[in-house]
Design a protein around this ligand. Structure first.
Ligand SMILES: C[S@@+](CC[C@H](N)C(=O)[O-])C[C@H]1O[C@@H](n2cnc3c(N)ncnc32)[C@H](O)[C@@H]1O
Length: 251
């Protein structure tokens, strides 16, 4: 069973994709241009918005995600570009997939820590490296698991959105743990009279992937040139200041 359960239409509803991609695209295109990326793999691609946004700039793009419904939703509604190939698979299946090698392997939106244990994260880092061509680049985006940062952001500001005549309220809560950090996702559906008509709750357990732990595992997995960057992709990552980070690594 996957450690992340989210109806794809709700996942897309609670993310303002236009605003998010506007923030992220220059950084991603910078990596693509600098490293002359022709083949890209997005692991845990979710509803495939990054792949669709990058499809004009990369020859071939492959996206994998273990959630079948999410892949089906992404293929139908989002990643319509002919050079995007979506598959149902996760980090665990990487070596059995007949998808070739990549110039860029990326995993965005806190997907790597969803593997939950240090052992599985390390294995995934090794598997990703094997999928890279010589001189290839890996990019991971994940939360800053510094205790103070998680505790200062325990409750995310609720989001409320209207969809097909109903109001949806999205709540996110984090509980720091030394080994595993829990995230609770709650969705409440209300009709126009304000009556609750449905309610969903789900929790994910993340590996508490701190900066030093990640760097050590990445180096032990053979990566070189490990750079940790702020959410803007420009500044150096500071665990006292930034809520998330990008790790940019060379094979
Ligand atoms: C928070 S979402 C991020 C989606 C997208 N990359 C983004 O940035 O919005 C995490 C994604 O990781 C996927 N996932 C969960 N377990 C995984 C695994 N073992 N291997 C690869 N992806 C996984 C989930 O299905 C989900 O789509």
């Amino acid at each position: 069973m996957t450690n992340f359960k989210y109806d794809p239409k709700f996942y897309d509803l609670q993310i303002n994709w236009e605003a998010r991609l506007k923030k992220e695209i220059d950084f991603l295109l910078g990596i693509i241009k600098k490293n002359k990326i022709e083949r890209l793999l997005d692991i845990g691609c979710g509803t495939a918005h990054h792949l669709q946004a990058l499809s004009p700039y990369v020859e071939e793009l492959v996206g994998i995600d273990p959630l079948k419904d999410t892949i089906a939703y992404g293929a139908k509604n989002v990643a319509t570009a002919p050079n995007v190939d979506l598959r149902v698979a996760g980090f665990e299946n990487l070596e059995n997939l007949d998808i070739g090698s990549f110039d860029l392997v990326m995993s965005l939106g806190n997907t790597l820590p969803l593997l939950k244990t240090k052992r599985k994260v390390k294995l995934a880092l090794k598997k990703c490296r094997k999928k890279l061509v010589d001189g290839g680049v890996a990019l991971f985006q994940f939360l800053n698991f510094d205790r103070r940062m998680i505790e200062a952001n325990t409750y995310y500001k609720p989001k409320s959105l209207k969809y097909k005549g109903k109001l949806y309220i999205f709540l996110k809560h984090f509980e720091y743990g030394k080994i595993n950090t829990r995230a609770d996702f709650l969705i409440t559906e209300l009709d126009p009279q304000g009556t609750v008509t449905d309610f969903w709750t789900n929790s994910s357990y993340f590996c508490t992937l701190k900066k030093n732990l990640f760097t050590k595992m990445a180096a032990n997995s053979g990566y070189k040139d490990i750079k940790l960057l702020a959410p803007d992709g420009k500044e150096e990552f500071d665990h006292k200041k930034h809520i998330s980070l990008y790790a940019l690594l060379k094979r």
